[in-house]
Design a protein around this ligand. Structure first.
Ligand code: CTP
Ligand code: CA
Length: 226
């Protein structure tokens, strides 16, 4: 039988979650990436499903099973992630950007394996598009939730990202915390809201934390439109 809408506050709402790292190819055998495991993003997608959302999970390359009940879109690079997110943005109620998007990519992608040469020790890079900032510029009534992975001054960097990217919420993550960060099953975060509220959370399993975070966002003052 069906659960009530009180238990399923996201019933009928589309929630888009991005997760994992992106990979930016240098040549057919090499890439630039980061240590994101995808665990927090996958947990956020599972939490969205459990609250009744029509959940789209857009994932970079990770070593995790696909969560039950999501529409799954596999991507590799920041450019592919941008395209998939934009395709799903118009009718979304909420976008949760857990992915650790590479900030730079090689300016040139070599089609053949690069050979080492004496004296040739650098690759030219260019910036990737900031996906979340792009959404912040285009948003109508979508709720935008970002993550900030920081090693220092986490709250103040988080606040700047919340403002600069025009977000509704940001989940700030000190990746140097022994109970949190990349690859761990637990995480320690603070949720900052666009209205100026701060919700610090105890160290928790990522799966449990994701559920509590999403429930806190859903219960927060801003109504979530269809
Ligand atoms: N983000 C994004 N597109 C990018 C870079 C980041 O959508 N090209 C998103 C991430 O998914 C995350 C948020 O922006 O939700 C913050 O990412 P983070 O790496 O912490 O911040 P940056 O703005 O990239 O700043 P910096 O890495 O310099 O701290
Ligand atoms: Ca970054």
């Amino acid at each position: 039988f069906l659960k009530s809408t009180k238990e399923l506050p996201l019933l009928g709402k589309k929630v888009v979650v991005t997760a994992g790292p992106t990979r930016e190819r240098i040549d057919p055998v090499r890439y630039i990436s980061n240590f994101s495991s995808g665990k927090m993003g996958y947990a956020m997608a599972e939490a969205a499903v459990s609250l009744g959302a029509d959940t789209v999970l857009i994932s970079g390359p990770v070593d995790l099973p696909k969560p039950a009940g999501v529409e799954f879109i596999q991507v590799e690079s920041a450019a592919e992630m941008l395209e998939a997110v934009l395709e799903n943005f118009d009718n979304a109620s909420m976008v949760i950007k857990s992915a650790a998007v590479a900030d730079y990519r090689p300016k040139e992608q070599h089609t053949q394996k690069m050979k080492k040469k004496d004296g040739d020790s650098s690759i030219e890079l260019e910036r990737t598009t900031d996906i979340l900032r792009t959404l912040g510029e285009q948003k109508k009534d979508q709720i935008l939730v970002g993550f900030a992975a920081e090693t220092n001054d986490a709250i103040s960097y988080g606040m700047s990202k919340l403002t600069n990217k025009n977000l509704d919420y940001i989940i700030v993550n000190d990746v140097t915390d022994p109970n949190g960060g990349f690859g761990n099953d637990t995480n320690v975060v603070t949720l900052l809201t666009g209205m100026g509220n701060q919700y610090p959370f105890e160290a928790m399993e990522k799966k449990q934390l994701a559920k509590v975070l999403l429930e806190t966002i859903v219960a927060d003052e801003r109504p979530i439109s269809d």
